[in-house]
Design a protein around this ligand. Sequence first.
Ligand code: NDP
Ligand code: 2IT
Length: 451
Amino acid sequence: MSIAEEEIKKFENSNCAENKVFYQAMEEVIYSIAPLLESDNKYTRYAILERLVVPDRVIKFKVTWLDDNNTIQVNTGYRVQFNNALGPYKGGLRFHPSVNEGIFKFLGFEQILKNALTGLPIGGGKGGSDFNPKGKSDFEVMKFCSAFMTELHKYIGPRIDVPAGDIGVGSREIGYLFGEYKKITSTYEGVLTGKPFMFGGSLMRPEATGYGVIYFTQKMLELEGKESLEGKICTVSGAGNVALHAIEKLQHIGAIAVSCSDSKGTIYDSRGVDLDLLKDIKLNRRASLEEYIKVHTDARYIPLADYPADGHAVWDIPCYAAFPCATQNELCDVDAQNLISNGCVSVTEGANMPCSPEATTLFLSHNVCFGPAKAANAGGVAVSEFEMSQNASMTKWTFERVDETLKATMEQICTRVALTAQDYGVKGNYVDGANIAGFKKVADAMIAEGI
Ligand code: NDP
Ligand code: 2IT
C-alpha cells in the first residue's frame, strides 16, 4: 500500500455525505504530499496530517431575526477555526442556503494552505450561514447581520480570527457586521476585512481576487512557455465578485472575455462581455443575467435547464483560457473534455475547488496549464491581510501600492508553486506544487510550536 493510500485509509470514516467536499479536498492534498511524506518521516512522526484535518474548533449557533413582516426567522451560523499555526484564523463568510458544516470544513481546510502560500502571517478559517440574502430587503440583511454578529463577536478579534466576504457576503454585509461588532464591543478595530473604504477597508479589496487570478495566470503561462492572454478568447463562469473583476482585468490586458454565468444560466457574447451592463445587473439591480439579452439582443442566454445535466454551457464555448469563478464542482469531466477538444490551453480556478477531481486529472494528463484555487485565488485573502496591516498601523495604502504588492505576491506564489513541483519530480503540476508548498509551511510551523 502506498503512503498516500495508508494515510487516506485513516480518514475513511469521515467520508460521509455531509463531509463529501471536505473529503474531496483532503484526498487531493494527501495524494499530492505523498512525496514529501516519503522524503522526511518527521511529518508522520509528528502526526501532522491527523492534526491538520481536524479543525481547532467548530462553532455552530442559532441566529434569530425579524423579517420585514415582523415574522421570526431562524438560521444557523457557523465558524470553523481550522488552524492558527501561522497567524490568526483568517477566511471568508458565506451566506447561501446550501451550506453545511462539511462545506465550511472544506473551505477552511483549503484556506489554511492558501493562506500559507501567500507567505503572510495568517491561519485558516471559514464560516457563514444558511441565510439566503437573495430577495431580502436591505433592512432584512442588516437585521440578519446584526443577529449573526451578536453571537459571532464572542469568538473573533483582530489577533484571534478575522472574517471577510465570500459567496453572498460583500461590502454591504461586512459593513453591517462591522457596525454591530463595534456597537457590542465598543472597539474600533480591524476585526473584519473587505470593509467599505470609508471606514477602514483597503483600496482594491473588491478587485483583488479577480485581478490576482489573472496575474497568476499570466505568470503561469510565461513559466510554461505559452502565449500570454492578450488578444485571446477567454471564458469565465460566475457573475459575482471574483468573476466580474477577473473579466475586468482580462479586458485591461486586451483579452476578450466572452462569457459569464449565474445560478440560473449562461451568457455568451462573442464580441466580449459588456462589463458596465453586467455590473449594473449584478451589483446595482441584483437581478438575473437574463436581463443582459434585453440590451444585447444578439448575445445568447442559455438557461441552466436547457443544457444537458452532465455538463455546463459555459465550458462548451471554445476558448484559449478558462476561468471557473462561481462555486465548487461547477466544472465536471464532460466539461473538461469539451474544453480540451476545443483547444483550451489554460484553466485557472477563481472559485474554491470549482473543478471536480476527474476534470483536474483530465487537464493535467492533457498538459493543459492548470492553476489550482488555493494558489490562483489567494489574491483576495492577501489584500485582506494588507487591510489588517493598514488597520493595525492606522494608515492607508494607495491603489498603486496595493496593486503592485498584489501582483508581486501572485507572481511569487506562482513561481514558488512551479519550483516546488519541479523539486518533487512533478514539473508543471501546479496542484501538487501548491499542496506540497502550502502543507510544508504549515507543518513545519506546527512542529516548531509543539503539540
Ligand atoms: P458572489 O456571491 O459575489 O458570486 C457568486 C457567483 O456564483 C454568482 O454569480 C452566483 O450566481 C454564482 N453561484 C453561486 N452558487 C452557485 C451555484 N450553486 N450554482 C451556480 N452558480 C452559483 O461570490 P464570490 O464571487 O465572492 O465567490 C465566488 C467563488 O470564489 C466562491 O467559490 C468563493 O469561495 C471564491 N472566492 C472568493 C473570494 C472573494 O474574495 N470573494 C476569494 C477567493 C475565492 P447568482 O448571482 O445567481 O447567485
Ligand atoms: O476564499 C477566500 O480566500 C475568501 N473568501 C477570502 C478570504 C479573506 O479573508 O479575504
